[in-house]
Ligand binder design. Structure first.
Ligand SMILES: [Zn+2]
Length: 507
């Protein structure tokens, strides 16, 4: 089966300089190619009577794109009256002979070959890497046309380049490190963090830079296949993700939220570093250094979240034979608060800053990332993961099925109808497990017994003073959460580094 393995590089100084130089040239190359297609598209002569002298991006109509076998005016074949610039000798060999046009990326790849003879900054780069650079631009266009992503952007920073399959070779490896051959760069050491004996074939490889770390991401072929997904399920675990506790499992346990970037200490440090960096003189070395420092910190925090989410995912998948989760539209949940008009041309308070703060915390949790990790770990052990409709999972009473917004108050769930009480998140996860359980008629396991455990009310009393302005307006777009959840003070031991988290910040 094909898997992607990441390794950390241990490049020497020469290699670092070389790779960094490549990234600069590749960024310029990509931006150049994008600009060329864009101007070609905009200046394309659409009147068939006059000769077209510009070949780049000459296009067919969107309706007729199938006819030309491409999906986008900016990447599809040049029109039949499109002419190739005279200084370009291009020919595309097909079964029906030689034709005089090519797709935009084909033309640009050929031009790139010419560029390599003219400029030494391009000459130094491996030709495969340059070609992949154009291909990646094509992917960006595909994503735009087919998958509703944004229009390809001009990059101010490029952090990765790619090798075609079979180019990167594993030279040797011992227990602690291995050496890989990167064409154009040389033999690079990397940390050997996997069983490299398993590798049957190395396919596409991507070299990435993150702060001052270099990684290689290898798509490789290893023996074995993913197991069949089990259909006979004995137990189901439901999960409910939140901001206060990262995950509540239906067996009553929790995974804490480490709040990698939004806990008191780190949020403050990030803000400080960001502020310090932005105050440095533009273009100065000090500014670059300050941003490097910030990037390092962000990289470290990302890794922390990553590791934590792997552990959480592993714990969840090990719990039962099937995993149920809520089908959350995270992008919708982190939208800005809508402005509120007061009818006189002005605005009313709409809780925007509270919502922004909540959005930050939601994004910091990395739920989507967690779901991906759960999906992968479950796939490896043949367990199904089912996303269920999240509607009312936080309001429904599992005992009498009474749905009421008032059932929930902060962390507590107390049914207004029958008096059933539980931890709100645990209860929500049980509802999810129940919904999933219904899909498996032969399930034998009962839902865990009601623990009747609710955290003592001191949790509620410490309702946040940390973001005082957040308290004023609570009523916008905060579906699925109580704001009170988010506003519970961060009580973990981080006092040494700053304010006590309970104290109010005067913002
Ligand atoms: Zn009830």
């Amino acid at each position: 089966m094909q898997v992607r393995w990441n390794f950390k590089f241990k490049p020497n100084q020469t290699q670092i300089i070389k790779m960094s130089e490549w990234l600069i040239s590749l960024r310029k190359h990509r931006n150049y190619a994008l600009r060329e297609r864009e101007t070609g598209y905009n200046t394309n002569n659409q009147n068939a009577d006059t000769p077209v002298s510009y070949a780049w991006g000459s296009y067919c109509d969107l309706e007729s794109r199938i006819e030309y076998g491409a999906n986008c005016p900016l990447t599809c074949p040049v029109l039949k009256h499109g002419v190739i610039p005279s200084d370009l000798s291009l020919a595309l060999k097909t079964s029906s002979g030689i034709i005089k046009w090519d797709i935009a990326s084909g033309i640009q790849m050929k031009v790139t070959t010419q560029l390599r003879h003219q400029y030494c900054s391009f000459e130094n780069i491996d030709s495969d890497v340059l070609q992949r650079n154009i291909a990646l631009l094509d992917t960006a266009f595909n994503n735009f046309w087919r998958h509703g992503r944004g229009f390809p952007q001009y990059l101010r920073k490029l952090d990765s380049f790619e090798y075609k399959p079979g180019r990167v070779k594993l030279i040797n490896f011992v227990d602690s490190y291995a050496t890989v051959y990167l064409p154009g760069i040389g033999n690079v050491k990397m940390f050997n963090s996997r069983d490299l004996n398993l590798i049957k074939e190395i396919r596409t490889c991507t070299v990435k830079r993150s702060a001052d770390n270099w990684h290689i991401s290898m798509l490789i072929e290893i023996p074995g296949e993913l197991p069949e997904v089990k259909t006979k399920i004995k137990s189901v675990v439901g999960i409910d993700v939140g901001v206060n506790r990262l995950v509540a499992l239906s067996d009553g346990s929790f995974v804490e939220n480490i709040r990698a970037t939004t806990n008191t200490r780190n949020a403050r440090r990030l803000a400080m570093r960001q502020r310090a960096a932005s105050r440095k003189i533009n273009g100065s070395k000090n500014k670059a250094k300050a941003y490097q420092k910030l990037a390092k910190m962000q990289h470290k925090l990302t890794q922390k979240r990553n590791g934590h989410n792997w552990q959480a995912a592993s714990k969840i998948v090990k719990t039962a034979d099937a995993v149920g989760r809520e089908d959350l539209k995270i992008t919708n949940m982190v939208k800005r608060a809508k402005p509120k008009h007061n009818g006189k041309g002005g605005y009313l308070k709409n809780g925007a800053s509270a919502k922004t703060g909540l959005n930050k915390v939601i994004l910091d949790c990395g739920w989507g990332d967690l779901f991906n990790k759960i999906a992968w770990l479950a796939a490896k052990s043949g367990k199904p993961v089912i996303a269920v409709d999240p509607k009312y999972s936080s309001q429904e009473c599992p005992k009498c099925k009474h749905i009421d917004k008032k059932n929930r108050s902060g962390e507590k769930f107390i049914c207004t109808n029958c008096g059933y009480a539980d931890h709100a998140d645990t209860k929500a996860s049980r509802i999810v497990a129940k919904k999933v359980g219904l899909l498996f008629p032969s399930k034998t396991k009962k839902l865990p017994r009601d623990s009747r455990k609710v955290t003592p009310s001191r949790y509620q009393s410490s309702v946040v003073e940390t973001r005082n302005h957040a308290l004023e307006q609570l009523n916008t777009q905060l579906s699925l959460f109580d704001l009170t959840d988010y506003m519970i003070a961060d009580n973990r031991e981080s006092r040494k580094y700053g304010r006590k988290s309970g104290e109010s910040l005067s913002l």
